[in-house]
Write a protein that binds this ligand. Structure first.
Ligand code: NAP
Ligand code: ZN
Length: 354
């Protein structure tokens, strides 16, 4: 029998959240049913709910930073048992057969992969995400949350954590490397913690000095306000790797200028306008302008284990969702740059309307 679960849903673009009853599929042999404890609010949820990317399917239940415990397992499940602490990120299925899947890069599955929400599953059903009390996911896409990381502070690792860990690793963050993180938000604050744990020297670039003390506490050695033209000039040519996590358009050339020769500007923020770069500003210094999309399942587990080993996790503010308007207000606050540094919804507070 399918199970019914309470969830926070948006009926149309920009409409307020409301509580709905969602049907989760009956367990297939390889499925895990998870009691969701916490779901992080990623800016991608906001872009989607507000239809800023233009491909949202309503009604929609967002949330792809999911942490909870296993409630039930299908007959063929071998990796998880009832009570295990688990997480789910941005992916809930992939074909397993294409080159990307075989390389552990399920996010690039050519079938393509199935997203946790706003995505059509291989069974033809639209997926609904983690702002809900239960979710059913094939065990291949379920992650183990290491002991020592609380479920609330673990949830954001499933997107913000892997989205910053993967490019930092790929571009060689480590001892002797100077890393800049642009935007100290959900992704950005994890980028700082992870790059510092990799023993890189980290600088944060933010619109103002408001987050300067926090940035140092997160692991940065210095903080630059991007509004300070002199400080930006002084930082030219100084970074090996820049991870841009900003959710809005930025002047790409201003950040390319901050790279050393052969340095890489990795964009993970997802506004919709094109980048504008004159060839001379990329070619001078053999600079790399690139992007990075989440990470595969094995790398996500590696990131979780890395965080546990280094004693890091997300810095969270927990939201009580008994009034769904709290989530609407939280979205506004994220957009205004007011969250320190990731909201997580306590899904046990989602209350069915009378
Ligand atoms: P977030 O918590 O809102 O953080 C974004 C940060 O960008 C803010 O804290 C702010 O930092 C800065 N910012 C916001 N508006 C700005 C503006 N108008 N001008 C300059 N800076 C601005 O968002 P998030 O959850 O970290 O997500 C960031 C972006 O990454 C989103 O676009 C999201 O969709 C995308 N994303 C991509 C992937 C991927 O796979 N590539 C995965 C997840 C999310 P300061 O206050 O420090 O300036
Ligand atoms: Zn996300």
């Amino acid at each position: 029998m399918p199970t019914t679960t309470s969830a926070l849903s948006v009926p149309s673009a920009g409409a307020p959240f409301e509580v709905v009853q969602l049907e989760r599929r009956d367990l297939r042999d390889d499925d895990v049913r998870i009691d969701v404890a916490f779901a992080g609010i990623c800016h991608s949820d906001i872009h989607t709910v507000r239809d800023e990317w233009g491909a949202a399917h309503y009604p929609i239940v967002t949330g792809h930073e999911i942490a909870g415990t296993v409630a039930a397992v299908g007959d063929a499940v071998t990796r998880y048992k009832v009570g295990d602490r688990v997480g789910v990120g941005c992916l809930v299925d992939s074909c397993t057969e294409c080159e990307a899947c075989k390389n552990g890069q399920e996010q690039f599955c050519t079938k393509p992969s199935v997203g946790t929400y706003n995505s059509k599953g291989y069974d033809g059903q639209w997926t609904d995400g983690g702002y809900s009390q239960q979710i059913v996911v094939t065990e291949r896409m379920v992650l183990r949350i290491p002991d020592g990381i609380g479920l609330d502070e673990a949830a954001p690792l499933l997107c913000a954590g892997i989205t910053t860990y993967s490019p930092l690793k790929r571009w060689g963050a480590g001892p002797g490397k100077k890393v800049a993180v642009v935007g100290v938000g959900g992704l950005g604050h994890m980028g700082v913690k992870i790059a510092a744990a990799m023993d890189a020297d980290v600088t944060t670039l933010s619109r103002s000095m408001d987050k300067a003390d926090d940035a140092v506490a997160l692991g940065a050695s210095r903080h630059i306000a991007t509004s300070d033209a002199e400080a930006m000039k002084a930082a030219r040519g100084s970074f090996d790797i820049i991870v841009n996590t900003v959710s809005a358009d930025l002047d790409t050339e201003a950040y390319l200028r901050l790279l050393k020769p052969f340095g890489a500007l990795v964009n993970v923020g997802l506004p919709t306008n094109p980048y504008s770069v004159r060839p001379f500003n990329l070619i001078g210094g053999n600079k790399v302008l690139t992007g990075s999309q989440i990470g595969g399942i094995a790398e996500t587990q590696e990131m979780l284990d890395f965080c546990a080993e280094h004693g890091i996790a997300a810095t969270v503010e927990t939201l009580d969702a008994s009034d769904p308007a709290t989530i609407d207000a939280a979205y506004d606050k994220v957009v205004a740059g007011g969250v320190r540094y990731r909201y997580v919804i306590d899904t046990s507070t989602i209350t069915p309307s009378a």
